[in-house]
Each structure stands twice: as structure tokens, then as C-alpha cells.
Ligand binder design. Structure first.
Ligand SMILES: [Zn+2]
Length: 232
């Protein structure tokens, strides 16, 4: 694996030497970067091409799965805005035995020490993860008929804190969804799940991939726009 620096990030890439005349760069849905190079290409030639294409690569890596950065770090005190399934709630910190519950317009967090922000953030994040697991699996169930019809094999659904992406799909059929997606409206969750499920069949963003996504999620571009402008 080789890499170049681009801005504050590093772009890692793999090189495949092939019987071909020109050099091609591909960005796969798992964010990996592949360079298909003619056998005679030198390391310097490949590297300078990757460097020149870095803005495009970074855009590809972010474009379809990209998630905007959180604008401000939350303060874990009463009044802080809490997003859940596209709705906004307020955090209410109450002294008591550790517990988290959605109630009316509030996410009520009981904690022994109301000033212990790391404990509060831990409780809230555990609550988010638990509900992400329940909701994502429930929404994935709705895609079952599609998966059967298209003969798509999902190996596992994983939920992780991802920094810059909403989801990814590996060639082995493992789908990873960003836990923060639980903050977004349910239709946006459906879009990301459908998008990643389509990658079980096509591991690229080629025309067949879009045709499949269009078939099962005709509103995808509107939903994607919504997610692009969604701050967690
Ligand atoms: Zn994709």
C-alpha cells in the first residue's frame, strides 16, 4: 500500500499492474483507491498522477458516503439540542440513578453527578447506539424482499462511529453504518441502507449500480441532498 499526503489527510492507494496503455484511478465504495497501471509505469509516474487527482479522489471518497463534520462540540448540560430520527429534543440532566429516557420534547438523563459531562455523554452515546441497532435492523428488514428478489447476500450489519462517512460496504458483504445516522430522518436512513445494500451487488458507482438504486429508492438524490446538509 502506497500513500500520498493531501491537505491534512493521507490518501492510501493500491497499484495493480496490468497489460494496458493508460493509467486509471478507481475509488471503490469502501473508500479504497486502486490504480490500474501499465506494466512499464514507474512509481514516480503513478505517485504524481495520484497527487494530481487527489482533489477528485477526496471528493469521490466523500461524495456518496460523506458526512459533514459536526459544527460545534455539544455541551453535556440541560438545554443542549439532541437530534433523533430527524427531530430535535433537549437534554435534561437530572440527579439520580443512571438512566436515559426520551420523554416529550426531552431526552432525560439521570446521573449521580450532574456536572459529570463525560458520564452524561457516555450514557447518551450508549443510548444512541442501542437505538441505532434497533432502528437500522428494523429498516433493513423492509429491504428483505428486495434482497431476496435481487439475490443479495448480506453478511453482517455493523454500527460504528465513523468520522466522515455514513456507510460503507465491503466485498465480503459487510455493511457498516455510522451510528450518527440515527439522528437523521428515517427516509435518509432508508436511503443509506438501500445504497449500501445495492453495493452488495455492484461494488462501484457505475450505471448498473444507479439503475438498481433508482429502482428501489427513486428519491435518492433528494434524500442525499438532505443528508449532505444535515449536521449531527
Ligand atoms: Zn456508494
Amino acid at each position: 500500500m502506497k500513500s500520498i499526503s493531501y491537505g491534512t489527510t493521507t490518501i492510501a492507494y493500491k497499484v495493480e499492474y496490468k497489460e494496458r496503455k493508460t493509467l486509471a484511478i478507481e475509488v471503490h465504495p469502501d473508500s479504497s483507491v486502486w490504480v490500474k497501471a501499465p506494466i512499464a509505469a514507474t512509481h514516480e509516474e503513478i505517485q504524481s498522477r495520484v497527487e494530481r487527482r487527489a482533489p477528485w479522489i477526496a471528493k469521490q471518497q466523500r461524495f456518496f458516503h460523506g458526512k459533514p463534520e459536526a459544527t460545534v462540540k455539544p455541551e453535556w448540560v440541560s438545554g443542549t439540542a439532541i437530534k433523533y430520527l430527524g427531530r430535535q429534543y433537549r437534554l435534561k440532566v437530572i440527579a439520580g440513578e443512571p438512566d436515559v429516557k426520551l420523554s416529550g420534547k426531552y431526552l432525560k438523563v439521570h446521573v449521580k453527578d450532574k456536572t459529570d459531562e463525560s458520564k452524561i455523554s457516555g450514557l447518551v452515546n450508549t443510548w444512541y447506539l442501542k437505538h441505532a441497532r434497533i432502528k437500522f435492523e428494523e429498516r433493513l428488514q423492509l429491504l428483505q424482499p428486495m434482497m431476496e428478489h435481487e439475490k443479495l447476500q448480506l453478511n453482517s450489519l455493523m454500527i460504528r462511529k465513523l468520522n466522515k462517512r455514513w456507510g460503507s460496504c465491503t466485498k465480503k458483504g459487510n455493511i457498516v453504518i455510522n451510528a450518527d445516522l440515527i439522528k437523521a430522518p428515517v427516509h435518509c436512513i432508508d436511503y443509506v441502507l438501500t445504497h449500501e445494500v445495492c453495493h452488495l451487488k455492484y461494488h462501484n458507482h457505475g450505471s448498473q449500480f444507479w439503475a438498481l438504486l433508482n429502482k428501489y429508492c427513486p428519491d435518492w438524490s433528494k434524500l442525499k441532498d438532505r443528508l449532505d446538509n444535515f449536521n449531527v
